[in-house]
Design a protein around this ligand. Sequence first.
Ligand SMILES: Cc1ncc(COP(=O)(O)O)c(C=O)c1O
Length: 481
Amino acid sequence: MANVKLMGGESIPMEMHKVRIVQKINLLPVEERLDCISKAGCNSFLLQNKDVFLDMLTDSGVNAMSDNQQASMLVADDSYAGSMTFTRLENKINEIFGTTYVLPAHQGRACENVIAETFVRQGDVVPMNYHFTTPKTHIVRNGGSVEELLIDEGTDVTSMHPFKGNMDLAKLQDSLERNKGHVPFIRMEAGTNLIGGQPFEFENARAVCKMAQEYGVLTVLDASLLQDNLYFMKVREKACEKLSVRDICYQLGQMFDVVYFSGRKLGFARGGAICTKSTALYDKMKNFVPVFEGFLTYGGMSVREMEAMAVGLEETMDMDVISQGPQFIQYMTDKLVEAGIPVVLPAGGLGCHLDASRFVEHIPQAEYRAGALSVAMYIASGIRGMERGTISEERNPDGTDHYAAVELLRLAVPRRVYTLSHINYAIDRIKWLYENRKLIGGLEFVEEPAVMRFFIGRLKPTSDWMEKLAAKFRHDFGDSL
Ligand SMILES: Cc1ncc(COP(=O)(O)O)c(C=O)c1O
């Protein structure tokens, strides 16, 4: 997608597609929004979609499909075993990554389950650039632990390092020395989710894989957010300047022993897959697929989704397609920076990330400042974002909270779904919220699951701040929603 220059000199990100199917959305009055988020236990995951105006919770399974994807779904070959649909998907995955084998799974975390069951044993350590909730849970469930070896700039929300998802090679070497014999694989996550959708460098991945080879350790690429990472490699990295997106993707597939992805993100559909060049690794993993997922030619996915994913993966090789998300996020981030609002820099993929530690610094970390900001955002705008901070962490073994390195409110920008006027609305309401930030207060748990509490845990405000925020909104906006 081109950033198109207007007469006045300003550039705007231009959608390189037109909309041919629409879905109605509702914007409830602020009093009803207050009621909805209270009933949802102050957890944006527990809101009903009908009560949400812009759903910026995630980019998972909510990206818009193209006409060609929709068309492909009509010719899906519905069979339990030997489906031609699977062969088409398998061929496409093997083509873009240069692999030989594909294992299907119902989504990304199912791939993580298969990989952890196959390779992780009690006492193992998995070095990674940064953790994500679901792979960490599967590694820990199998008796392992994770070591995060991100470069120092990675969690510095103000650093302008263009590749904050890079692995620190000295830290990696130290980890491989210390944990010799107990490292089943190194995991690299593309478009590093929890630090603001930040990419790693092509050359960094190459160096990680080279070191892994020297130590005889496997490498696993989590390619769920590879679409954004490919875009950033192409526009920010000298080594990729002359390569096509297809070349970069193929070469990454050659570097890593195993690649997996959530098809809810990569490929604009819903599902997941693991691929590899190695017969031995394929043979080790494949037996878990019929146990957990389904037969080897569908792995829990519907054939329609598999067809759409095959087409979506091909579309991912097109710079016009993959630049839409990052360029919208860049636009949103730039406007917020102009207004002095603290956001994660540089603009990454996946979404625009508000830095709750500076936005609502008056709220103690123990009162879940990023969660509180997500509640306030919904009250102020009907937009649901996702807390990516301490609520998204597991407690320490002694029961105390494990404070997150970064406290973020993620406002995901699902691909091809929203228009620039939606983004401008979000910017306006964030500005209002920033002006009124002192009204925002903390949260405390009332129901807290032991594992991945952010999904279904319930909280309540520590005071009547939610009512006060809604009243101020009504005062400032009058009759307007
Ligand atoms: C980087 C990354 N890995 C893995 C997953 C898990 O994928 P899924 O939600 O399809 O299980 C996600 C989902 O958000 C992700 O962002």
